[in-house]
Design a protein around this ligand. Structure first.
Ligand code: HEC
Ligand code: HEC
Length: 327
């Protein structure tokens, strides 16, 4: 018995030794697969034993005189709007949808600031918005996980062209506001996925950041109520912002300088979208999607080439830099 064990131990040791000696290079796609956990967070299935919230209890957020109830959040043909004074009047499609198309503001918020799991629309060119919805509709643009394909692609097929034009005009006229605080750090709160985003564990545990961006809310309850005056924190690895600035301004290897197309400070030029101040999780997710061909529309061709020259670390750095710029 002990002999068998000893032989086993020797052969395992020899195997490990040879694996370390040859050290095969990490498959490039493996790092992108590992990034799925934070760049494409997947909600756990709903807990059928969880206690049901009171659907009619009045809810409030600081600074708003309005009252909503949980029941209002169950309806995707409406969107809680705590601060109507913060944005112009919404077209019907944005505020209420038009069956079967849901209200754009339900996910992208009345201010168009968006959340890490969807996209900021405020301040994008109307033509760019229309082109992206067209690409979701045709299947040229995908969202990365089969579980998330039920939203934007379905919405894109349900919205009429006339409503899409109104929504695109509305969001393009909004000014995108700084919304995400970027912090370089070696350790981050341990998080789990809830509400399609990373949420710090209740026990306050921390862990090394590794090659990740941990973007989270400082108050998940207010974020879930769609409080549009509360933004996000994005923890990024130390040195990311300076490294990202280099890539954005000078390029990196075969990758061109991002600013050569996205403009100084990454504030966008014409139909080339602005990146400054926007969710770094969203930016990395899109870079991975470009790289994997998930944005196959013709106008995205330069980005597919660009993303194919970036490592995951480059993407994290440039997203951290972009998110830290003022829009
Ligand atoms: C049920 C939620 C939901 C609704 C409702 C919704 N969207 Fe989206 N939208 C998303 C998600 C999620 C993404 C991000 C997909 C990804 O990460 O690739 C997105 C992305 C987008 C983008 C891409 C932005 C960019 O920078 O490329 C546009 C444009 C867009 N939505 C427009 C709209 C419009 C217009 C409406 C209303 C007619 C709408 N959306 C309604 C969930 C939604
Ligand atoms: C040769 C021009 C060019 C260069 C260089 C370039 N981009 Fe782009 N980028 C584009 C175009 C064009 C689009 C819009 C694609 C579309 O309309 O579908 C885009 C879109 C994007 C988007 C999607 C934004 C959104 O709202 O969904 C991201 C993220 C992005 N670029 C990041 C970068 C980064 C980071 C770099 C530098 C490493 C970079 N780009 C360099 C042309 C460029």
């Amino acid at each position: 018995m002990s002999v068998v064990l000893a032989i086993g131990a020797i052969s395992i040791g020899a195997l490990c030794g040879s694996a370390i000696a040859q050290s095969p290079p990490v498959e490039p796609e493996a790092e992108f697969r590992a990034a799925m956990a934070w760049a494409f967070p997947l909600n756990p299935p709903p807990d059928s034993y969880a206690s049901k919230p009171d659907m009619h209890k009045p809810l409030h957020v600081p600074g708003s005189t309005r009252t909503y109830a949980m029941a209002d959040y169950d309806d995707m043909f409406g969107a809680p709007d705590w601060f109507p004074e913060d944005h112009p009047p919404m077209p019907h499609i944005v505020a209420h949808g038009r069956k079967p198309a849901w209200a754009c503001a339900y996910c992208h918020l009345p201010t168009g600031q968006g959340r890490p799991e969807n996209a900021p629309l405020a301040g994008l060119q109307a033509a760019y918005i229309i082109e992206q919805v067209r690409a979701f509709r045709s299947g040229e643009r995908v969202t990365g996980r089969p579980e998330t394909a039920k939203w934007m692609p379905v919405e894109a097929r349900n919205v009429t062209d006339a409503d899409l034009k109104l929504a695109a005009e509305y969001f393009s006229k909004l000014t995108f506001k700084p919304w995400t605080r970027v912090i370089e750090t070696t350790t981050v709160p341990k998080t789990h996925v809830a509400h399609w985003m990373l949420v710090p564990d209740a026990n306050g545990a921390r862990e090394p950041i590794g090659h990740r961006i941990i973007e989270t809310s400082t108050d998940i309850a207010r974020t879930e109520l769609r409080d549009t005056r509360l933004g996000f924190i994005a923890y990024v690895p130390p040195g990311s912002i300076a490294r990202g600035a280099g890539i954005a301004r000078q390029g990196m290897g075969a990758a061109q300088a991002c600013e050569s197309c996205h403009g100084p400070g990454l504030r966008g030029v014409g139909d080339i979208p602005p990146l400054a101040g926007r969710s770094p999780t969203y930016i990395v997710r899109q870079l991975i999607l470009f790289r994997r061909g998930g944005r196959a529309n013709a106008v995205a061709a330069p980005m597919r080439t660009e993303a194919s020259h970036l490592t995951l670390q480059d993407m994290i750095a440039v997203a951290a830099y972009a998110a830290s710029r003022s829009p």
